[in-house]
Structures are given as structure tokens and as C-alpha cells.
Write a protein that binds this ligand. Structure first.
Ligand code: GFB
Length: 325
């Protein structure tokens, strides 16, 4: 079923300042949409139902990309469980409720591949949801994300709302979080190799054993998939979004090293958690609908590193630590 979205449709991107939201805004602008709605955290606390309902009443978005949330890597997930479950449960609840209340035509909700059982059969098909226990390092976030899927299904079943859910694999790209305490592995390793190169440190520390496998999707590919699904997908069941290819963390580190600091040596800190051993998504359903990614991992690492370096330079100039030119 095709959803025709007019060029001046009111489209709300919830979470526009984040990694995913900023990519969705870029994709919508590139597609020629002229009425993209956003609200900063200071303007709108997405955890507050009365604020969210008020905002929907005033702005009446016709289409909603629900890509807002409290997110982070393995350490942040384990050490800030209350924020990860509360913020995400509330954000999903308030936005879905208001989208129904103010007759949004269609909503796309974004979850995460960590919703699946730790011991899921690989590659993971959509129907393995709720078939076994979750990975303990991110169960709080995963429970909130599963609740988001169920919210969309419940509103679809009870009220006929066209709310759909997509489950992306691990994401990366420009506007990612490079803070070492809260980031995911790919930006963390870019930063670690970069800092080691600057300081001439020969070794770079990699958390865990290096053997867990992960699948990485560039956020611009994800944004493209989000628009594609908004236009071409309408069903009760969530749908996986990924590349269908994964690699061990050790190999990811080697690929980032090759781009950033080829002389560096890897040192594995096995006191840090590995997390789930593998979570490769089965992406046949999305592929059969006619979508596939276009940015390969090496290109994505290189362009994300270029973005990071440019960003560092801008920040240094803004802080007055410029080149002295
Ligand atoms: O990306 P990441 O933090 O999250 O870690 P998850 C992936 C793997 O990389 C783990 C290893 O095995 C980490 O131990 N790793 C190695 C590192 N060095 C580093 C490092 O310097 N920083 C980080 N962060 N990891 C998250 C979930 O799981 O994935 C979320 O916690 C969400 O809920 C997200 O689903 C997509 O892939 O383990």
C-alpha cells in the first residue's frame, strides 16, 4: 500500500537533534518537503503528556517520525537503567497518544535490534520477538522499545491508526555521540584512535574480548529507509532495518584503525562487558519490499571520521583554540 505524502504535508520529526532525527530531517529536505516540524527539548518535554498534547493541538502534524529517545552504548545502558526505561516509555507513550488524539495520518516508530532475545537464532527474523530472555546489559531499554511496538499495534488494533514500527540495527554517522562514557562502539573507537594519534599513544583500548559481532548501518541509509517505510509500509508487525552483514568488534577496530591511525596496537580490556554475542538482523522482508542500503562500512567509517575531524576543528575555533591563523 502506497502512502502519498504531499510536498507541503506537516511532518513532525520527534528527536530532530539526535543522530537519527537529524538524518531524517536531511532526507526529508532532500526529498523536497517544505513543512518539517521540530521542537527543541527546551520547547517541549516529550516525557510530559500535557505538553506533548498541547504541542500536537497547536501544530497538527499529519505524519510523525518518532525517533526521539534516551540512547547510549553498553556502559550507559547498564549504569543508567532508570533513565533508559523511564524516558523511553514516557516518550513513546506521550507521542503515540497525542498522534491518535490529534488524528495524525501516519506514524513511524523506531525501535532497536536489542528487543530480540539474547539467544535468538541468527539472522534474527521479526517473529522472534518475545521468544526468550533479553540481553541483561540493555534489558531496560529493550523493554521500553518493546512497549513502543506494542503501543503502535494497540492503537492500530483498537482505533485503526496507521502506526508502524521499524527495528534498526546498530547505527552510526554524522551527529553521533562521541563521548566515551555514553557512546556506542563505532564513534567511541573513532575518538579513541584519533586521540591516541594526537597524543602519540601506541595502544588503543577496546572493551571486551573483541569477539562479539555487530551489524552497522549508516544513519543516512536508515533515514532513507524510514521515508521508504512511511511511504510503502503499513502493517501490524514491526520490520527489521539493517544491512544483513555483521563483523566481530576486533575487525571493526582494525577497519577504524586503518582509516584513523594505522600504526596503533589494539589492547583488549576483558574486564569490560561484551554484551550480546551477536544480533544480526534478517532483512529479507524490507529487501522484498524493494529497499536496500547503499553506504558500505568502509566508506561510512571514512566519511564519519571526516565529519568528526571537521567538527573538532569547528569546536576548537569556537572555543578560541583555533589554529592561530
Ligand atoms: O555499541 P555498544 O556500546 O552497544 O557495544 P551494544 C558494542 C560492542 O563493542 C560491545 C564493544 O561488545 C562492547 O564491549 N566495545 C569495544 C565498545 N570498545 C568499546 C568502546 O570503547 N565503547 C563501547 N560503547 N563499546 C547497544 C545497546 O548494545 O546497542 C542499546 O546497549 C542499543 O540498547 C544499541 O540496542 C544499538 O551493541 O552492545
Amino acid at each position: 500500500m502506497q502512502t502519498e505524502i504531499g510536498p507541503d504535508a506537516r511532518i513532525y520529526v520527534a528527536g530532530h537533534a539526535g543522530l537519527v532525527g537529524s538524518a531524517v530531517v536531511r532526507r526529508l529536505e532532500r526529498a523536497g518537503f517544505t513543512n518539517i516540524l521540530t521542537a527543541t527539548r527546551a520547547q517541549l518535554d516529550l516525557r510530559d503528556q500535557s505538553e506533548v498534547s498541547h504541542w500536537f493541538k497547536a501544530n497538527r502534524p499529519e505524519y510523525v517520525f518518532l525517533v526521539a529517545g534516551t540512547v547510549g552504548g553498553i556502559l550507559a545502558n547498564s549504569t543508567r537503567p532508570a533513565e533508559f526505561i523511564y524516558d523511553n516509555l514516557m516518550i513513546h507513550g506521550t507521542v503515540v497518544y497525542a498522534a491518535h488524539e490529534y488524528a495524525t495520518k501516519k506514524l513511524l516508530y523506531l525501535g532497536s535490534s536489542c528487543i530480540y532475545p539474547r539467544q535468538a537464532t541468527q539472522p534474527i527474523t521479526e517473529d522472534q520477538l518475545l521468544t526468550g530472555p533479553l540481553e541483561p546489559t540493555n534489558e531496560w531499554y529493550a523493554i521500553a522499545k518493546i512497549a513502543g511496538i506494542k503501543l503502535c499495534q494497540a492503537y492500530r488494533r483498537q482505533y485503526g491508526c496507521d502506526f508502524v514500527s521499524a527495528m534498526p540495527t546498530n547505527l552510526y554517522g554524522p551527529d553521533d555521540n562521541f563521548d566515551l562514557d555514553s557512546s556506542h562502539v563505532l564513534p567511541a573507537l573513532i575518538r579513541k584512535f584519533h586521540d591516541a594519534k594526537l597524543t602519540g599513544t601506541p595502544e588503543v583500548e577496546i572493551w571486551g574480548t573483541g569477539s562479539p559481532k555487530r551489524e552497522f548501518l549508516h544513519v543516512d541509509d536508515l533515514a532513507d529507509a524510514c521515508l521508504f517505510l512511511m511511504e510503502h509500509y503499513s502493517a501490524d508487525e514491526h520490520i527489521n532495518v539493517g544491512t544483513g552483514v555483521d563483523l566481530p568488534i576486533r575487525e571493526l577496530a582494525e577497519r577504524i584503525r586503518a582509516v584513523v591511525y594505522p600504526e596503533a596496537e589494539l589492547r583488549f580490556d576483558t574486564s569490560k562487558p561484551d554484551g550480546t554475542p551477536r544480533k544480526l538482523l534478517d532483512v529479507r522482508r524490507l529487501h522484498d519490499l524493494g529497499w536496500s542500503p547503499s553506504i558500505d562500512l568502509d566508506t561510512g567509517i571514512r566519511t564519519t571520521y571526516e565529519w568528526f575531524v571537521a567538527q573538532q576543528a569547528t569546536t576548537a575555533v569556537l572555543r578560541g583554540y583555533g589554529t592561530g591563523a
